[in-house]
Structures are given as structure tokens and as C-alpha cells.
Design a protein around this ligand. Structure first.
Ligand SMILES: Nc1nc2c(ncn2[C@@H]2O[C@H](COP(=O)(O)OP(=O)(O)OP(=O)(O)O)[C@@H](O)[C@H]2O)c(=O)[nH]1
Ligand SMILES: [Mg+2]
Ligand SMILES: [Zn+2]
Length: 322
């Protein structure tokens, strides 16, 4: 079914339904049939009572009124089928909805140029699980990895394949595995997420020749991206296939997840926990904990256990009630 199927339902000359394809602060581009209307928000909207930087997300289904010939006002955000949200790690602690009503998320990361910390990957995956969004991992810039990173690459594959995820090595530069990526995206709406500089916009350009999304060299001094993409945007890369290019994210603060739920959303830890002695085992200090045993035997990789441990004990996340 086309995600735009219900969009063209003109209620009157001045009212319409559409889907948000771009958000730039206070302006939102709404696609309604073949038209695109620049809209502002009418009134205030809240997501489950949270203070968020922007209550509207790309992928939202909305109603709007035409306020004059050129602009619209969003009057209603329809219930979301799903969404993925993160908390800014700066002082503001505001939450940001990355995208709504998506079929899946692709997390792109790199082992170097820039290096993505695996705890970032784990936080993203935990959030995606909590919001029931399937996630595929793409490890980009394979063409740049020297021998010492080959071992690391295999290790990272093992970690995430053990946790049940699909992991694909790619090089946007050389075109390695682009067909596999294309297959995964076909007929879906996919959020493409990841740190700045990992190659999200480059990937979309590669998959959709003729598109010229802005890309930028990473800073070779800091070995980090330059935050080139500044607003999330939905793009139709081929018939019925949509992706959301998004700005690089720095940290992934969790929100709205209780402490006792963390173990449910670490897919590998959840599977192992069935053999813990206690039903409510936190896998931190209990005796006969199958998770700690698996970690000690090297079955559960240290980096996954460390992420779990850090998130469980993260003082910045004490807003959780559990
Ligand atoms: N060597 C190599 N460079 C790549 C590859 N993919 C992307 N790049 C380069 O990495 C740099 C960053 O790419 P972008 O596409 O701008 O990264 P981005 O993830 O969109 O970054 P933000 O918009 O800042 O979040 C560019 O100079 C790309 O040419 C790759 O597979 N190999
Ligand atoms: Mg970009
Ligand atoms: Zn346990």
C-alpha cells in the first residue's frame, strides 16, 4: 500500500490531509497528493506530555487548513503507528522524535573515519526494540579499513548477529553490497540514522542517481562528521520506496523506558535471561545469573554487557521509574 494512499482526501477547498516529509524547525513540508504545502503548527501539541523540541516528525499523518494561498496550518496529528525518540544529551534534555510511522530503521555506522562507539549502537537498538521497530545494521566505509580493522569487523558482526540482527558491510564509495541494501529498502519507508559523517546522505545519493543531497568530507583533524544534513527529509528513491535522510546524531539518551525493561530490549540478554534463577534478575549482582555466566564465558560479548551495565546504572537516566 502506498504510504500516500490516504493523503488525498480533500474535505473542502481549504482543508486537507497529508504526510510530513520535511521539518525545519517551525516549518513543515506536508505532501498531499502531488502537492507540497509549507505548514506551521496551529496551537500546541504534546507527545505523551513530554517536553519535546518538535512535536511534529517526518512521517506524521496530519490534517491542515490552508491559511492563505501559499501556506497551511497543521490542525491535527493523527495517532502514530510507531515512532522512535531520543533524548538530547546536552543540558536541555529535550526529547526529539526522529521519525514516525516507519517500517524499519537502518543504523549506519563506521568502525573508523569516524569511529562509532558500540554503546551508541546498543542504545539505538534498545530504543528501536522498545518501540517495536525493526533495525538493520550497515557498516560503511569498508574500503578504508586496513588489516587491523578486519578482525574488529568480524567481531562486530559476531556481536550483532548473535543478538539477532542483520549486519551488512558496505562501501558507498566502491558500491559494495548496494544491491543487498536496495533489496532491504524496497517497498518500505526506512529511517536512515547514524552519527554525522558515516555516509547516510552519500548512500541515498548512490541509490538514487540524480539526487544531489549535500554531503561533506569528515574533519580529518577531529575524525568526525560536520553535521552536513540539518533537517530530516523523506525521499522517494524509487516507486513505493521511501527513505528518511536524517541529521547525524551525537548521543542517544533514552527516554520513557523503565529500568526493569532494559533487559527485555537487549535481544541477546533477554534470550539468555530465561535461564536466570530469579524471574526478576537484573543481571547485575544476582547469583546463578545466566547473563553474567554467558558474559564470563565470552558467549555474550563484553561490549554488550558493558552497554547494558552502563545504561542500567546511568545516573542521567534516573528519571526512569523502575
Ligand atoms: N572512503 C569512503 N568514504 C565515504 C563512504 N561513504 C561516504 N563517504 C564519505 O564520507 C563523508 C561523509 O558523508 P555524508 O554522506 O555527508 O555523511 P552523513 O552521514 O550524511 O553525515 P551528516 O549529514 O553530517 O549526518 C563524505 O566525504 C563521503 O564522500 C565510503 O564508503 N567510503
Ligand atoms: Mg547527511
Ligand atoms: Zn540474570
Amino acid at each position: 500500500m502506498s504510504i500516500f494512499a490516504i493523503t488525498k482526501e480533500k474535505l473542502s477547498d481549504s482543508v486537507g490531509k497529508g504526510i510530513v516529509i520535511k521539518t525545519t524547525g517551525s516549518w513543515h513540508t506536508v505532501k498531499s497528493g502531488k502537492e507540497q504545502i509549507n505548514c506551521r503548527l496551529k496551537g500546541t501539541f504534546r507527545t505523551r506530555g513530554m517536553k519535546n523540541t518538535n512535536p511534529i516528525a517526518v512521517g506524521d499523518q496530519v490534517d491542515f487548513e490552508i491559511t492563505d494561498n501559499l501556506y497551511g496550518a497543521i490542525t491535527k496529528i493523527h495517532d502514530r503507528r510507531n515512532y522512535i525518540i531520543r533524548k538530547a544529551i546536552n543540558l536541555s534534555k529535550e526529547v526529539q522524535i526522529l521519525a514516525a510511522n516507519i517500517d524499519q530503521a537502518v543504523l549506519m555506522f563506521t568502525l573508523d573515519y569516524p569511529e562509532t562507539p558500540l554503546e551508541f549502537v546498543d542504545r539505538f537498538l534498545l530504543s528501536a526494540e522498545a518501540y517495536h521497530i525493526e533495525c538493520v545494521l550497515l557498516i560503511n566505509k569498508i574500503d578504508l579499513y586496513q588489516e587491523h580493522l578486519q578482525y574488529r569487523l568480524q567481531e562486530v558482526h559476531d556481536i550483532y548477529e548473535y543478538a539477532g540482527y542483520k549486519v551488512i558491510d558496505i562501501s558507498v564509495e566502491t558500491g559494495l553490497n548496494m544491491t543487498r541494501v536496495d533489496d532491504i529498502l524496497t517497498n518500505k519507508l526506512t529511517l536512515i540514522s547514524g552519527n554525522s559523517g558515516v555516509g547516510k546522505s552519500s548512500l541515498i545519493n548512490r541509490l538514487c542517481p540524480g539526487l544531489h543531497l549535500k554531503t561533506n568530507d569528515i574533519s580529518w583533524y577531529h575524525l568526525s562528521g560536520k553535521h552536513t544534513t540539518t533537517y530530516p527529509e523523506m525521499i522517494e528513491i524509487k516507486d513505493q520506496t521511501f527513505v528518511i535522510d536524517s541529521p547525524g546524531i551525537k548521543g542517544f539518551g533514552l527516554t520513557d523506558i523503565n529500568r526493569n525493561e532494559i533487559g527485555l530490549y537487549f535481544t541477546d540478554i533477554f534470550k539468555l535471561s530465561k535461564n536466570c534463577q530469579f524471574n526478576n534478575c537484573t543481571h547485575i549482582h544476582e547469583p546463578n545469573c545466566a547473563v553474567i555466566e554467558a558474559y564470563q564465558k565470552g558467549i555474550l560479548h563484553e561490549s554488550r554487557y558493558r552497554s547494558y551495565f552502563n545504561i542500567f546504572n546511568d545516573k542521567d537516566e534516573k528519571y526512569r521509574t523502575g
